[in-house]
Design a protein around this ligand. Structure first.
Ligand SMILES: Cc1cc2nc3c(=O)[nH]c(=O)nc-3n(C[C@H](O)[C@H](O)[C@H](O)COP(=O)(O)O)c2cc1C
Length: 362
Protein backbone atom coordinates (compact mmCIF):
# COMPACT_ATOMS: atom_id res chain seq x y z
CA UNK A 1 0.00 0.00 0.00
CA UNK A 2 1.62 3.22 -1.07
CA UNK A 3 0.58 6.54 0.41
CA UNK A 4 -1.58 7.62 -2.53
CA UNK A 5 -3.49 4.34 -2.43
CA UNK A 6 -4.23 4.48 1.29
CA UNK A 7 -7.99 4.93 1.71
CA UNK A 8 -7.46 5.87 5.37
CA UNK A 9 -5.90 9.11 4.13
CA UNK A 10 -8.83 10.18 1.97
CA UNK A 11 -11.26 12.90 3.13
CA UNK A 12 -14.90 12.33 3.99
CA UNK A 13 -17.74 13.96 5.89
CA UNK A 14 -19.13 13.03 9.28
CA UNK A 15 -22.61 14.52 9.11
CA UNK A 16 -21.98 18.25 8.73
CA UNK A 17 -18.30 17.95 9.68
CA UNK A 18 -15.80 17.75 6.79
CA UNK A 19 -12.73 15.72 7.79
CA UNK A 20 -9.42 15.42 5.98
CA UNK A 21 -8.82 11.72 6.65
CA UNK A 22 -10.36 8.62 8.25
CA UNK A 23 -7.83 8.20 11.07
CA UNK A 24 -9.67 9.44 14.16
CA UNK A 25 -8.51 9.95 17.75
CA UNK A 26 -10.50 7.70 20.11
CA UNK A 27 -11.67 9.30 23.37
CA UNK A 28 -9.11 8.77 26.13
CA UNK A 29 -9.29 9.83 29.75
CA UNK A 30 -5.89 11.16 30.82
CA UNK A 31 -6.73 12.36 34.35
CA UNK A 32 -4.75 15.57 34.09
CA UNK A 33 -7.49 18.15 34.72
CA UNK A 34 -6.77 20.78 37.36
CA UNK A 35 -8.83 22.23 40.20
CA UNK A 36 -12.55 22.34 39.50
CA UNK A 37 -12.19 19.63 36.83
CA UNK A 38 -10.87 22.26 34.40
CA UNK A 39 -8.52 21.26 31.57
CA UNK A 40 -5.15 23.03 31.46
CA UNK A 41 -3.12 24.56 28.60
CA UNK A 42 -1.18 21.28 28.50
CA UNK A 43 -4.39 19.58 27.38
CA UNK A 44 -4.58 22.06 24.49
CA UNK A 45 -1.03 21.07 23.50
CA UNK A 46 -1.93 17.36 23.68
CA UNK A 47 -4.93 17.67 21.37
CA UNK A 48 -3.29 20.17 19.00
CA UNK A 49 -0.36 17.74 18.58
CA UNK A 50 -2.91 15.21 17.28
CA UNK A 51 -4.83 17.64 15.00
CA UNK A 52 -3.69 15.76 11.88
CA UNK A 53 -6.31 13.13 12.71
CA UNK A 54 -9.52 13.54 10.69
CA UNK A 55 -11.67 13.92 13.83
CA UNK A 56 -10.57 14.06 17.45
CA UNK A 57 -12.96 12.77 20.12
CA UNK A 58 -12.22 14.35 23.49
CA UNK A 59 -11.69 12.35 26.63
CA UNK A 60 -14.88 11.62 28.56
CA UNK A 61 -16.18 14.95 29.92
CA UNK A 62 -18.79 14.99 32.67
CA UNK A 63 -22.17 16.63 32.15
CA UNK A 64 -22.62 17.22 35.89
CA UNK A 65 -20.92 16.64 39.24
CA UNK A 66 -23.19 13.60 39.64
CA UNK A 67 -21.60 12.18 36.47
CA UNK A 68 -18.05 12.16 37.90
CA UNK A 69 -16.37 8.83 38.63
CA UNK A 70 -12.62 9.44 38.62
CA UNK A 71 -10.13 12.00 39.94
CA UNK A 72 -8.83 14.81 37.69
CA UNK A 73 -11.29 14.21 34.84
CA UNK A 74 -12.73 17.27 33.11
CA UNK A 75 -16.28 18.58 33.15
CA UNK A 76 -18.54 20.62 30.85
CA UNK A 77 -20.91 22.10 33.42
CA UNK A 78 -19.18 25.19 34.86
CA UNK A 79 -18.04 28.45 33.26
CA UNK A 80 -14.43 27.72 34.23
CA UNK A 81 -14.60 24.29 32.55
CA UNK A 82 -16.04 25.87 29.40
CA UNK A 83 -13.26 28.49 29.36
CA UNK A 84 -10.62 25.75 29.70
CA UNK A 85 -12.07 23.84 26.79
CA UNK A 86 -12.18 27.02 24.65
CA UNK A 87 -8.37 27.08 24.76
CA UNK A 88 -8.32 23.45 23.56
CA UNK A 89 -10.73 23.90 20.64
CA UNK A 90 -8.94 27.09 19.53
CA UNK A 91 -5.60 25.23 19.52
CA UNK A 92 -7.03 22.28 17.56
CA UNK A 93 -8.71 24.55 15.02
CA UNK A 94 -5.56 26.67 14.63
CA UNK A 95 -3.70 23.43 13.85
CA UNK A 96 -6.31 22.54 11.19
CA UNK A 97 -8.18 19.87 13.17
CA UNK A 98 -11.78 19.09 14.16
CA UNK A 99 -12.84 18.02 17.64
CA UNK A 100 -16.05 16.74 19.22
CA UNK A 101 -16.65 16.54 22.97
CA UNK A 102 -17.46 13.18 24.51
CA UNK A 103 -20.32 13.84 26.96
CA UNK A 104 -20.10 11.49 29.91
CA UNK A 105 -22.11 10.45 32.94
CA UNK A 106 -20.61 7.45 34.74
CA UNK A 107 -23.83 6.47 36.55
CA UNK A 108 -23.10 3.65 39.01
CA UNK A 109 -19.35 3.64 38.23
CA UNK A 110 -18.87 6.37 40.80
CA UNK A 111 -18.34 6.66 44.55
CA UNK A 112 -20.05 8.86 47.17
CA UNK A 113 -16.83 10.89 47.48
CA UNK A 114 -17.47 12.33 44.00
CA UNK A 115 -21.20 12.94 44.52
CA UNK A 116 -22.82 16.23 45.47
CA UNK A 117 -23.36 16.02 49.23
CA UNK A 118 -21.58 12.65 49.37
CA UNK A 119 -24.76 10.80 48.33
CA UNK A 120 -25.09 7.55 46.44
CA UNK A 121 -24.24 7.42 42.72
CA UNK A 122 -27.29 7.04 40.45
CA UNK A 123 -28.15 4.31 37.94
CA UNK A 124 -31.18 2.86 36.17
CA UNK A 125 -31.44 0.18 38.85
CA UNK A 126 -30.00 -0.44 42.31
CA UNK A 127 -27.42 -2.97 41.04
CA UNK A 128 -23.71 -2.52 41.71
CA UNK A 129 -21.12 -2.54 38.97
CA UNK A 130 -19.01 -5.66 39.54
CA UNK A 131 -15.71 -3.99 38.66
CA UNK A 132 -13.39 -1.95 40.87
CA UNK A 133 -13.22 1.83 41.26
CA UNK A 134 -9.83 3.53 40.97
CA UNK A 135 -9.05 5.73 43.96
CA UNK A 136 -5.96 7.49 45.28
CA UNK A 137 -5.55 4.64 47.79
CA UNK A 138 -6.04 1.78 45.33
CA UNK A 139 -8.97 -0.13 43.79
CA UNK A 140 -12.20 -0.48 45.81
CA UNK A 141 -15.47 -2.29 44.98
CA UNK A 142 -18.34 -0.13 43.71
CA UNK A 143 -21.33 0.20 46.02
CA UNK A 144 -25.00 -0.33 45.24
CA UNK A 145 -26.25 2.82 43.47
CA UNK A 146 -29.60 4.57 43.91
CA UNK A 147 -32.12 3.90 41.12
CA UNK A 148 -33.19 7.15 39.45
CA UNK A 149 -36.83 8.07 40.07
CA UNK A 150 -38.83 8.29 36.85
CA UNK A 151 -39.46 11.99 37.49
CA UNK A 152 -35.71 12.67 37.85
CA UNK A 153 -34.74 11.41 34.42
CA UNK A 154 -35.73 14.64 32.67
CA UNK A 155 -33.28 16.48 34.93
CA UNK A 156 -30.43 14.16 33.86
CA UNK A 157 -31.40 14.61 30.20
CA UNK A 158 -31.31 18.36 30.89
CA UNK A 159 -27.76 18.02 32.21
CA UNK A 160 -26.72 16.56 28.85
CA UNK A 161 -28.47 19.46 27.04
CA UNK A 162 -26.70 21.98 29.26
CA UNK A 163 -23.34 20.32 28.62
CA UNK A 164 -24.03 20.35 24.86
CA UNK A 165 -24.76 24.10 25.03
CA UNK A 166 -21.49 24.58 26.89
CA UNK A 167 -19.60 22.43 24.36
CA UNK A 168 -21.00 24.58 21.57
CA UNK A 169 -20.05 27.79 23.38
CA UNK A 170 -16.57 26.33 23.94
CA UNK A 171 -16.12 25.91 20.19
CA UNK A 172 -16.49 22.12 19.75
CA UNK A 173 -17.49 20.91 16.28
CA UNK A 174 -20.06 18.55 17.78
CA UNK A 175 -20.64 16.01 20.54
CA UNK A 176 -20.34 12.27 21.02
CA UNK A 177 -22.65 10.78 23.66
CA UNK A 178 -20.76 8.23 25.74
CA UNK A 179 -23.07 5.26 25.42
CA UNK A 180 -20.26 2.71 25.90
CA UNK A 181 -18.16 0.91 28.51
CA UNK A 182 -20.81 0.40 31.17
CA UNK A 183 -21.48 4.07 31.96
CA UNK A 184 -24.94 5.56 32.54
CA UNK A 185 -26.38 5.38 29.01
CA UNK A 186 -24.97 1.85 28.55
CA UNK A 187 -26.45 0.88 31.95
CA UNK A 188 -29.89 1.87 30.62
CA UNK A 189 -29.39 -0.04 27.35
CA UNK A 190 -28.58 -3.52 28.69
CA UNK A 191 -31.18 -5.72 30.35
CA UNK A 192 -28.84 -7.04 33.06
CA UNK A 193 -28.10 -3.54 34.43
CA UNK A 194 -31.57 -2.10 33.72
CA UNK A 195 -34.44 -3.95 35.46
CA UNK A 196 -36.74 -0.91 35.66
CA UNK A 197 -40.48 -1.41 35.39
CA UNK A 198 -41.34 2.12 34.15
CA UNK A 199 -41.16 3.44 30.57
CA UNK A 200 -37.31 3.37 30.72
CA UNK A 201 -36.98 -0.38 31.34
CA UNK A 202 -38.22 -3.73 30.06
CA UNK A 203 -38.60 -3.76 26.27
CA UNK A 204 -35.79 -2.66 23.95
CA UNK A 205 -37.95 0.33 22.98
CA UNK A 206 -38.10 1.34 26.64
CA UNK A 207 -34.39 0.77 27.34
CA UNK A 208 -33.33 3.01 24.44
CA UNK A 209 -35.74 5.80 25.53
CA UNK A 210 -33.13 7.48 27.76
CA UNK A 211 -30.67 7.61 24.84
CA UNK A 212 -33.42 8.83 22.50
CA UNK A 213 -34.38 11.68 24.85
CA UNK A 214 -30.74 12.75 25.24
CA UNK A 215 -30.29 12.64 21.46
CA UNK A 216 -33.30 14.93 21.00
CA UNK A 217 -31.94 17.34 23.61
CA UNK A 218 -28.45 17.62 22.13
CA UNK A 219 -29.76 17.71 18.53
CA UNK A 220 -31.73 20.80 19.60
CA UNK A 221 -28.40 22.41 20.46
CA UNK A 222 -26.06 21.27 17.66
CA UNK A 223 -28.29 19.91 14.90
CA UNK A 224 -28.28 16.18 14.09
CA UNK A 225 -25.32 16.58 11.71
CA UNK A 226 -23.00 17.28 14.63
CA UNK A 227 -24.20 14.61 17.06
CA UNK A 228 -23.04 11.00 17.40
CA UNK A 229 -23.10 8.16 19.90
CA UNK A 230 -20.46 5.70 21.07
CA UNK A 231 -21.46 2.11 21.82
CA UNK A 232 -19.60 -0.97 23.04
CA UNK A 233 -22.36 -3.58 22.89
CA UNK A 234 -20.08 -6.34 21.52
CA UNK A 235 -18.12 -6.08 24.79
CA UNK A 236 -19.73 -7.34 27.98
CA UNK A 237 -18.68 -8.39 31.46
CA UNK A 238 -20.43 -9.83 34.52
CA UNK A 239 -23.26 -7.49 35.54
CA UNK A 240 -23.18 -5.75 32.17
CA UNK A 241 -24.63 -8.17 29.67
CA UNK A 242 -27.64 -8.09 27.38
CA UNK A 243 -29.74 -11.10 26.51
CA UNK A 244 -30.12 -10.05 22.84
CA UNK A 245 -27.49 -7.55 21.68
CA UNK A 246 -28.45 -7.98 18.01
CA UNK A 247 -32.01 -6.81 18.66
CA UNK A 248 -30.80 -3.98 20.89
CA UNK A 249 -28.28 -2.64 18.41
CA UNK A 250 -30.80 -2.92 15.56
CA UNK A 251 -33.21 -0.63 17.41
CA UNK A 252 -30.44 1.85 18.24
CA UNK A 253 -29.37 1.88 14.58
CA UNK A 254 -32.98 2.54 13.50
CA UNK A 255 -33.21 5.34 16.05
CA UNK A 256 -29.97 6.88 14.74
CA UNK A 257 -31.30 6.61 11.18
CA UNK A 258 -34.65 8.25 12.08
CA UNK A 259 -32.90 11.10 13.84
CA UNK A 260 -30.27 11.39 11.06
CA UNK A 261 -27.40 11.71 13.52
CA UNK A 262 -23.90 12.20 12.13
CA UNK A 263 -22.23 9.04 13.35
CA UNK A 264 -22.24 5.85 15.36
CA UNK A 265 -18.87 5.03 16.92
CA UNK A 266 -18.76 1.36 17.79
CA UNK A 267 -16.16 -0.49 19.80
CA UNK A 268 -16.07 -3.78 17.89
CA UNK A 269 -12.67 -5.11 18.94
CA UNK A 270 -10.50 -6.85 16.36
CA UNK A 271 -7.57 -7.15 18.77
CA UNK A 272 -6.05 -5.53 21.83
CA UNK A 273 -7.17 -5.65 25.46
CA UNK A 274 -10.89 -5.25 24.70
CA UNK A 275 -11.00 -8.24 22.35
CA UNK A 276 -12.36 -11.58 23.56
CA UNK A 277 -13.37 -14.70 21.68
CA UNK A 278 -17.12 -15.01 21.17
CA UNK A 279 -17.95 -11.29 21.06
CA UNK A 280 -20.95 -10.79 18.74
CA UNK A 281 -20.21 -9.07 15.42
CA UNK A 282 -22.69 -6.18 15.59
CA UNK A 283 -21.27 -3.61 13.17
CA UNK A 284 -23.04 -5.23 10.16
CA UNK A 285 -26.35 -4.82 12.01
CA UNK A 286 -25.67 -1.09 12.30
CA UNK A 287 -24.73 -0.98 8.62
CA UNK A 288 -28.02 -2.62 7.72
CA UNK A 289 -30.26 -0.10 9.48
CA UNK A 290 -28.16 3.07 9.64
CA UNK A 291 -26.72 4.94 6.67
CA UNK A 292 -24.71 7.67 8.39
CA UNK A 293 -21.02 7.48 9.23
CA UNK A 294 -19.87 4.35 11.04
CA UNK A 295 -16.63 4.66 13.00
CA UNK A 296 -15.10 1.42 14.29
CA UNK A 297 -12.54 1.03 17.07
CA UNK A 298 -10.72 -1.57 19.10
CA UNK A 299 -7.26 -2.95 18.43
CA UNK A 300 -6.93 -1.73 14.86
CA UNK A 301 -3.57 -1.43 13.11
CA UNK A 302 -2.68 0.43 9.91
CA UNK A 303 -3.29 -2.77 7.94
CA UNK A 304 -6.51 -3.96 9.57
CA UNK A 305 -7.94 -0.42 9.50
CA UNK A 306 -7.16 0.02 5.83
CA UNK A 307 -8.71 -3.37 5.06
CA UNK A 308 -11.90 -2.40 6.96
CA UNK A 309 -12.26 0.86 5.01
CA UNK A 310 -11.43 -0.91 1.74
CA UNK A 311 -14.13 -3.53 2.44
CA UNK A 312 -16.69 -0.84 3.26
CA UNK A 313 -17.12 -2.02 6.86
CA UNK A 314 -16.73 1.55 8.15
CA UNK A 315 -16.08 5.10 6.97
CA UNK A 316 -13.38 5.75 9.57
CA UNK A 317 -11.37 4.01 12.29
CA UNK A 318 -10.67 5.48 15.71
CA UNK A 319 -7.28 4.74 17.26
CA UNK A 320 -6.73 4.91 20.99
CA UNK A 321 -3.35 3.76 22.29
CA UNK A 322 -1.55 4.06 18.91
CA UNK A 323 -2.62 7.73 18.62
CA UNK A 324 -1.89 8.42 22.29
CA UNK A 325 1.73 7.35 21.73
CA UNK A 326 2.09 8.77 18.21
CA UNK A 327 0.91 12.37 17.85
CA UNK A 328 1.55 12.22 14.08
CA UNK A 329 -0.17 8.87 13.48
CA UNK A 330 -1.52 9.75 9.98
CA UNK A 331 1.97 10.76 8.79
CA UNK A 332 3.41 7.53 10.17
CA UNK A 333 0.73 5.45 8.44
CA UNK A 334 1.37 7.38 5.22
CA UNK A 335 5.02 6.34 5.20
CA UNK A 336 4.73 3.01 7.09
CA UNK A 337 7.04 4.55 9.70
CA UNK A 338 7.62 2.66 12.95
CA UNK A 339 5.42 3.59 15.92
CA UNK A 340 6.49 4.87 19.34
CA UNK A 341 5.70 2.29 22.03
CA UNK A 342 3.07 3.43 24.59
CA UNK A 343 3.94 3.96 28.26
CA UNK A 344 0.87 2.60 30.09
CA UNK A 345 2.15 3.67 33.53
CA UNK A 346 1.70 7.28 32.37
CA UNK A 347 -1.75 6.92 30.78
CA UNK A 348 -3.56 8.40 33.80
CA UNK A 349 -2.39 11.40 35.81
CA UNK A 350 0.92 13.24 35.95
CA UNK A 351 2.13 16.01 33.71
CA UNK A 352 4.07 16.30 30.47
CA UNK A 353 5.68 12.86 30.65
CA UNK A 354 3.77 10.28 28.69
CA UNK A 355 1.32 13.01 27.65
CA UNK A 356 2.82 15.66 25.39
CA UNK A 357 6.39 14.33 25.11
CA UNK A 358 5.86 11.46 22.65
CA UNK A 359 8.03 12.50 19.71
CA UNK A 360 6.76 13.16 16.21
CA UNK A 361 8.81 11.95 13.25
CA UNK A 362 11.86 14.09 12.59
C1 LIG B 1 -5.88 5.65 28.68
C2 LIG B 1 -7.21 5.31 28.09
C3 LIG B 1 -8.32 6.08 28.42
C4 LIG B 1 -9.58 5.82 27.84
N1 LIG B 1 -10.64 6.66 28.12
C5 LIG B 1 -11.80 6.53 27.44
C6 LIG B 1 -12.83 7.52 27.54
O1 LIG B 1 -12.70 8.55 28.23
N2 LIG B 1 -13.97 7.31 26.83
C7 LIG B 1 -14.14 6.20 26.04
O2 LIG B 1 -15.20 6.06 25.43
N3 LIG B 1 -13.17 5.27 25.91
C8 LIG B 1 -12.00 5.42 26.56
N4 LIG B 1 -10.98 4.51 26.35
C9 LIG B 1 -11.14 3.45 25.35
C10 LIG B 1 -10.55 3.89 24.00
O3 LIG B 1 -11.31 4.95 23.43
C11 LIG B 1 -10.52 2.72 22.99
O4 LIG B 1 -11.82 2.21 22.87
C12 LIG B 1 -9.57 1.61 23.41
O5 LIG B 1 -8.29 2.13 23.76
C13 LIG B 1 -9.39 0.59 22.27
O6 LIG B 1 -8.86 1.21 21.12
P1 LIG B 1 -7.32 1.02 20.68
O7 LIG B 1 -7.10 -0.46 20.59
O8 LIG B 1 -7.15 1.72 19.38
O9 LIG B 1 -6.48 1.61 21.80
C14 LIG B 1 -9.73 4.74 26.94
C15 LIG B 1 -8.61 3.93 26.65
C16 LIG B 1 -7.37 4.22 27.19
C17 LIG B 1 -6.18 3.39 26.80
Amino acid sequence: MSQDQLKLLTPTTVGDIAVKNRIFLAPMTRSRAGDGNVVTPLTATYYAQRASGGLLVSEGTQVSQEGVGYPATPGMHTDAQLAGWRVVTDAVHAAGGKIVAQLWHVGRQSLPVFQPGGGLPVAPSALADQGRAFTATGPVPYGVPRALETAEIARVVGDFANAARNAKAAGFDGVELHGANGYLIDQFLRDESNVRTDQYGGSVANRIRFLAEILDAVIDVFGAGRVGVRLSLPVSRPGLTDSNPDALVAEIAKLAERKKIAFIHMIQPVGGVMFAAGQPLLSPVIRHFYHGTLILNGGYTRETAEAAIEAGEAEAIAFGVPFLANPDLPARFATSAPLNPPQPAKFYGGGVEGYTDYPALA
